[in-house]
Design a protein around this ligand. Structure first.
Ligand code: NAD
Length: 484
């Protein structure tokens, strides 16, 4: 089955920071795949703008190498790659000075979609927005794409939003959280809102609890300096886990439209109760013989920043009254895996005896690896010997269900960039969502600082600190195993 490619209008996409790590690893390889899929019209152009001195040919050679390194099997398509590179241009621009802006202006065309991707540190957002305005490069129909982090607390997020708002309206701003670009995340909405099966059960009458896990096996790598000022709470919970929580918990929007969806997500964040500090566990990974500890990785022997966090939270509304949401994320864990588990309640009465009565339905939404959704259902174990029950997955893994089409699962970045070109903000965070998320996160972090909280140590390759397991055990529950 060949997936449908919906064409987009001609565009000029300017990537500030077009020589940076994100542009080389994700944005340009993603655009190349969209080009091969026929989604980048021949008249469209990608204009990289950054500090280094390149001409078009020099920049194209850089990106050719980047696509060969990060572009996957498609990068073998030499003719395709050459044609794509022909649509790339480069201009050296100083974000904080005047150099290069006239040249950039002279390159821009009227009558095409104009998008500006800020793939630079947030300290440059204000300067870029101001210069785009001052040099009349952007207009009311232009779009801005901004990368995380959106501040490090409510105050800085508000400042950032205010800076962008000086020259651009909210309907022009696309705040990227690449988790929202994942196929499964969107499928979660399809499963919830396009099937009669789930929505009637999607509440505190039938759901016992929900778990959201984002587990990594890697440490902080080369990002130690940044990460140590941030920690798992700011780096993962405030954005990615919170967004997943919103999509799982939100009411059905009245239509699948950007503001309708984002209004419902915002209501979830606003209904989140403050978290009791007894219900949060923070951790830091220890060294092994072959890998350094968190403290060694960030070169800060006295740091109290967390590389792991687990917590229990509650949403104060009718649908979710009394249903705990358990969130956990961490680095150097035993397997890499991101998934949401919706654990349904026991039957009110079981006709089966003993252990056979203790089976539960679990809906698992896997973001990585093997994106897919499966529903654990209970059946009779085949064969003679009486009524023994087993749990089996009703597997909705896309690769099986959709064959070739699933192999074309578009990377989150490329999907989101195409949404920008189409002017569809549904999968981007609105400013008020970001601020509401910080309003909930800030008191938790401030509480740690005020109490002098020290993270628990955990073994590299484990499931995190013991206390995280206890968080569940105390409630008579357990984490689903991180399988990877
Ligand atoms: P990077 O340091 O690799 O690249 C920075 C880019 O900005 C370079 O192209 C550089 O030339 C340009 N730049 C810096 N100062 C400039 C100036 N004064 N004028 C013009 N250009 C200037 O950074 P990165 O890793 O690509 O990250 C870019 C943004 O994306 C950051 O906000 C980062 O937080 C965010 N982000 C990155 C990743 C990732 O995987 N790298 C993931 C998520 C978010």
């Amino acid at each position: 089955m060949v997936s449908r490619v919906i064409p987009v209008d001609n565009f000029d996409l300017v990537i500030f920071g077009g020589t940076g790590d994100l542009a080389r690893r994700k944005i340009l390889p993603g655009l190349f795949r969209r080009f091969l899929a026929g989604q980048m019209p021949a008249e469209s152009r990608v204009i990289a703008a950054a500090r280094s001195d390149f001409d078009d040919a020099g920049y194209r050679a850089e990106i050719e190498a980047a696509i060969q390194e990060f572009g996957g099997p498609e990068s073998k398509d030499k003719k395709g790659l050459e044609a794509f590179l022909g649509q790339l241009h480069y201009v050296a621009v100083d974000a904080t000075g005047d150099g290069g802006w006239d040249q950039l202006k002279s390159l821009m065309r009227d009558g095409v979609v104009k998008a500006f991707y800020f793939s630079v540190g947030p300290s440059l957002f204000g300067a870029l927005a101001e210069r785009l305005h001052k040099h009349k490069i952007a207009d009311r129909s232009s779009r801005l794409v901004v990368e995380k982090p959106f501040g490090r607390d409510l105050e800085t997020a508000k400042e950032l939003n205010a800076t962008l708002a000086e020259h651009f309206a909210e309907d022009q701003i696309y705040r990227i959280d690449h988790y929202l670009g994942k196929e499964t995340v969107q499928n979660l909405m399809a499963v919830r809102f396009a099937n009669v099966l789930f929505e009637p059960l999607w509440n505190s009458h039938y759901i016992d609890h929900i778990q959201i896990t984002v587990a990594e096996t890697v440490g902080v790598g080369g990002r130690g300096g940044y990460y140590d000022k941030s920690g798992a709470m700011r780096d993962m919970v405030q954005n990615h886990l919170m967004q997943l929580l919103c999509l799982i918990a939100m009411e059905a929007p009245n239509q699948f439209e950007a503001d309708a969806v984002r209004d419902e997500k915002l209501k979830v964040i606003r209904a989140l109760q403050p978290v009791d500090y007894h219900h949060i566990v923070r951790g830091q990974y220890d060294a092994t013989e072959s890998s350094p500890s968190y403290r060694e990785d960030v070169e800060n022997p006295r740091t109290h920043t967390e590389s792991f966090v687990a917590m229990k939270c509650h949403i104060a509304n009718w649908r979710w009254a009394g249903v705990p949401f358990y969130l956990r994320t961490g680095k150097r864990l035993k397997a890499r895996g991101s998934e949401i588990n919706v654990v349904f309640k026991d039957l009110g009465h079981s006709i089966f005896e003993g252990d056979e009565a203790r089976h539960r339905n679990v809906l698992t939404i896997r973001l990585q690896p093997n994106e897919g959704i499966d529903l654990q259902v209970t059946i009779k174990e085949p064969g003679p010997g009486g009524m023994r029950l087993i749990d089996v997955p009703l597997d909705m893994t896309f690769a099986q269900a959709l064959g070739d089409e699933a192999e074309d699962v578009t990377d989150a970045y490329e999907r989101l960039i195409m949404d920008v070109i189409r002017g569809n903000q549904t999968l981007f965070m609105r400013g008020d969502e970001v601020e509401a998320a910080w309003s909930w996160t800030d008191p938790i972090i401030e509480g740690w600082t005020a109490r002098g909280d020290v993270p628990k140590h955990y073994d590299t390759g484990s499931a995190g600190p013991e206390d995280s397991l206890m968080l569940m055990h105390r409630d008579g529950r357990r984490w689903r195993e991180i399988k990877g």
